[in-house]
Design a protein around this ligand. Sequence first.
Ligand SMILES: [Zn+2]
Length: 143
Amino acid sequence: MGIPAYWRTRTQRYALVGEVCHKCGAKIFPPRDVCPECTRPASDPFTFSGRGEVYSFSTIYQPPEGFEEFAPYTVALVKLEEGPLVTAQLTDVDPAEVHIGMPVEMVTRKLREEGEDGQIIYGYKFRPLLRNTLTPRPSGQAA
Ligand SMILES: [Zn+2]
């Protein structure tokens, strides 16, 4: 993907923007301009909450080229609060702790480096939904 395409799809990578159907109210992701529920045209943007739960997942131990630094990593099918299913990589989680039904939220992360010049591609991943019981990291300390 070149620079122009990168910027054209920028919104898609920093928030989950899909569409909403005015006929039946279905939330659509990824945007496809036709409602999968009632087949009516649907093109009004809808920004998803980014929260959902793991619907299914698999852990990758032999990654494709460009993803080596992340291995092993887990790719999950996430069921969004609003209904649609999204495939994305999980982050900030031990693959052994991933389970079906685990609450997750979207975050923006480095996806991969592309080409010989190492252009860094960012995109969305999902991480476990942070719970109040977790001890927050002291402010100012790098992750
Ligand atoms: Zn519809």
